[in-house]
Design a protein around this ligand. Structure first.
Ligand code: ARG
Length: 401
């Protein structure tokens, strides 16, 4: 009988390096290491050599950036998905895509098991495993961090040394960091006290607002059907556009977020995020919606955005509910076409202006000058009927008291 094969979501860090050897021994299996590129800046060169030297039988490196932007980030942006009103969901959006990529490779390589390196108290284990359940319910799932014997990083390092597993000599950051082009999530260390302000060294890409340039940056963002397509009149593909906004936003200290959030598993945790492009784009997109969406659609859509954010956060991306919500969102986005001008200055994004061929703003109706075309007489009758119910209620109340 041929050997069992395990597809492992591999990052090249200590946990997943140790895991290759540990899984191999425990299951007498071949390990197919899979890494996805979601735009993380972290060292991704030499990963193949590292995985093979650590004992993997094969290594796949998948560039998922374009798919991530077009099939995950844009739908979330169009929906206005900000978890608990703040978090643009970078980590949470990346997980179902990484999990899907692992399933795809796993099936192609005839693996029978899927393994990941998430801890037993976070959201990411839920996102991975719920995705596995919807895409490959027949495959067995392994989460070594929930069951292995290592109680500390030191114990893992000792195991690595004993088995000749190469470990990076670089000093471990005091924080746990997860990164992709939509944002960076930073936890642990002193951040665990929610009263302690995030120290400067926790931030990976943004300049502190105090040190940001004294001169603001002004950026014109053009949207077509809810999707950003140009910056300062230059058409760009999504990936380049996000990278450019991350750069200018980070330079101006934009996109630092500090949030005590509700995890899926019932814990409140304190998180620091850096998400310059996501912060700017969510802001601009919503401003354009204020201009172009009909009142009841605009107001109702906020609830949809919240539901959409919860669904991403809770790991149910591959679900009929997402498809249903996408249907609503898509029906609202055709008009979200136009230009938004924003100012980036010492950590803030502010609005300078917006314009759209779909604008519902009618200056002749809104103006307080002589150009006014609003029918003031009609207001009188409207108010009489609109207030009739309350007037009746008030009279009856008076007569009965
Ligand atoms: N709290 C965020 C989330 O659940 C970030 C998680 C960061 N993950 C990590 N492996 N460091 O989406």
């Amino acid at each position: 009988m041929s050997k069992e094969k395990i597809a492992l979501a591999y990052s090249g860090g200590l946990d997943t390096s140790v895991m290759i050897k540990w899984l191999k021994d425990k299951y007498d299996a071949d390990i197919v290491a899979v890494t996805g590129n979601l735009g993380q800046q972290k060292e991704i060169e030499n990963l193949e050599a590292k995985a093979m030297a650590t004992g993997a039988s094969s290594f796949s490196f998948l560039d998922l950036r374009k798919t991530f932007v077009e099939e995950y980030i844009w739908p979330a942006l169009k929906a206005g998905a900000l978890y608990e009103d703040i978090y643009p969901l970078a980590t949470a959006l990346g997980r179902p895509l990484l999990a899907k990529a692992l399933v795809d490779v796993g099936i192609e390589e005839e693996c029978t098991m899927l393994a990941h390196g998430c801890t037993g108290k976070g959201n990411d284990q839920v996102r991975f495993e719920v995705t596995f359940a919807s895409l490959a319910p027949h495959m067995k799932v392994l989460a070594p961090l929930r069951e292995w014997e290592f109680k500390s990083r030191e114990a893992e390092i000792a195991y690595a040394k004993e088995h000749g597993i190469p470990v990076a000599a670089t000093k471990k950051s005091p924080y746990s960091i997860d990164e992709n082009i939509w944002g960076i999530s930073i936890e642990c260390g002193v951040l665990e006290d929610p009263m302690v302000p995030a120290p400067e060294d926790a931030f990976q890409i943004t300049t502190s607002p105090e040190k940001a340039p004294d001169k603001p940056a002004v950026v014109d963002i053009e949207f077509e059907g809810g999707i950003p397509v140009a910056l300062d009149a230059r058409k760009m593909d999504g990936l380049d556009l996000i990278m450019a906004l991350n750069e200018v936003g980070a330079a101006h200290g934009v996109g630092r977020l500090d949030l005590v959030e509700n995890r899926v598993v019932g814990i409140k945790s304190r998180e620091i995020y850096e998400a310059p492009a996501a912060t700017i784009l969510h802001f601009a997109h919503r401003e354009l919606e204020r201009l172009t969406l009909e009142k009841s659609v605009f107001q109702y859509k906020k609830n949809i955005g919240q539901d959409y954010a919860n669904l991403i956060y809770n790991g149910t991306w591959f679900s009929p509910m997402r498809e249903a919500l996408d249907g609503f969102v898509e029906a609202t986005q055709k008009q979200v076409t136009g230009l938004v001008r924003v100012k980036l200055f010492k950590g803030s994004v502010t609005l300078l202006g917006r314009t759209s061929p779909w604008s519902l703003y009618n200056e002749e109706l809104a103006t307080y000058t002589e150009a006014d075309t609003f029918n003031h007489k009609a207001a009188e009758g409207f108010i009489q009927l609109y207030g009739l119910g309350l007037k009746t209620w008030s009279e009856v109340k008076k007569n009965n008291s």
